[in-house]
Design a protein around this ligand. Sequence first.
Ligand code: ZN
Length: 368
Amino acid sequence: MSTGFFFDERTMWHGGGNYAFTLPIGGLVQPLAAGGLPESPETKRRLKNLMDVTGLTHDLDVHSASEASREALLRVHPAGYLDEFKAMSDAGGGELGRRTPFAAGGYELAALSAGLAVGAVDAVVTGEVQNAYALSRPPGHHCLPDFPNGFCLMANIAIAIEAAQAKRHAARVVVLDWDVHHGNGTEAIYYDRDDVLTISLHQEGNYPLDTGALLDRGKGKGVGYNLNLPLPAGTGHDAYLYALDRVVIPQIEAFNPDLIVVACGYDAAVIDPLARMLATADTFRQMTLRIKDAAERLCDGKLVLVHEGGYSEVYVPFCGHATLEALSGSQITAPDPFAHAFTVRQPNARFGAFLKDTIDELALELGI
Ligand code: ZN
């Protein structure tokens, strides 16, 4: 069966905000020539462009989607938030949260981004495709039900999972978030539930600073169904794969899901401007192969990757291409032009051993 690829150029037109990187312009902060927040369209559009140039797009089952319906949005977001967002969007745009501006029509574009995730999950759980990738923009994993933050305006993955569960298609779901930032929105939405296991690998001490702690395990019947693995700055290829093998995959196996969804950010990559990790395109390829293998063993291969962060316009396309090669099994490749440069910059043996020991210690502290 095929791999679905959910994309819509209109979502690349989401924008807004007078920022220079993450600083509001004004005072001593001069506007940039190519201004705006790091969450610009270019990282994501350039992934699609690279796929078109190599031909990988033609090996995938390409779809757009409709906007997520109000009914679908209301399963996650309160009506008051949606109404306020829509009114501000209709009036020309603005900002309702923290550094998460939108322009006129931003509401519809956020709903379309969520719709791409809904479409991808629906296609997988109904068996239309084997697995799928949603190139959603704006991203979603930071968005709380009533508070947009971290460039995220709607909780794309949660909206998609709730839509599938409303149709009784996926009773038990794992969300694995390997975006370098903590998936605080997804965690908050599922914190008291035992039917959705949320796992976040993230750089300790990165955004958001007040969430993502190791011992935040859930509440009520959700205790034990939220797992945070805060990793030190400088974590590279080997340690990421070790974290999957030592902690993530066994936890997913124990949970025995009907569907696995990955919050797939590429900002753990070596040259990302918003983090300090050392993952490479091959890291994302190998993580995808591992999670695909787990999905095939546990849930008939039902796996959806939803694009989140990743802010290097140059490198995200190669990371994403490697991920989609692994997901689809396509033989069409885009060799990583930085492979040598980033391999020689991996942690040395001493720091590598420290990172694995750290992961072992975190696992022991979690009792796993
Ligand atoms: Zn991120």
